[in-house]
Design a protein. Structure first.
Length: 128
């Protein structure tokens, strides 16, 4: 099973989501940004590294808020939602087509990656 950190970046009533680019696994789906945990790496450090790599900005990972296990056809993942804050705002995406700051209440109107749907429900309850 692969463990994946998912950044929960909330500012006021807005949350950051990103759309997977063509050629990527789950292309066209929106997700909470993050990535795969490496051996010996804490989940908080994983999120900070992945955001640096995929968004070109620093972030400060604060705490785990939830986790879920989801079985895809390409494998099972343990998705860990991590509350975090961006240190920089000059985002430069690399594995996503676009990113958006959306109202938390609007999460359900985006085509979220299946594993992210459970996180979205937790986020809506926790932050609305």
């Amino acid at each position: 099973m692969t463990t994946v950190a998912a950044g929960i970046f909330v500012e006021g009533s807005k949350i950051l989501i990103a759309k997977r680019a063509d050629g990527q696994t789950l292309a066209g789906f929106w997700e909470f940004p993050g990535g795969k945990q490496e051996a010996g790496e804490s989940i908080l450090h994983c999120l900070e590294r992945e955001i640096r790599e995929e968004f070109g900005v620093a972030c400060s990972a604060r705490r785990v808020i939830c986790e879920t296990i989801h079985e895809y056809s390409h494998g099972t993942i343990r998705l860990v939602g991590v509350a975090a804050e961006l240190v920089d705002r000059e985002i430069a995406i690399s594995v996503h087509d676009e990113y958006r700051w959306i109202d938390i209440a609007d999460l359900g109107s985006y085509r979220l990656a299946p594993a992210d749907v459970v996180l979205a429900e937790v986020v809506k309850k926790a932050y609305q």
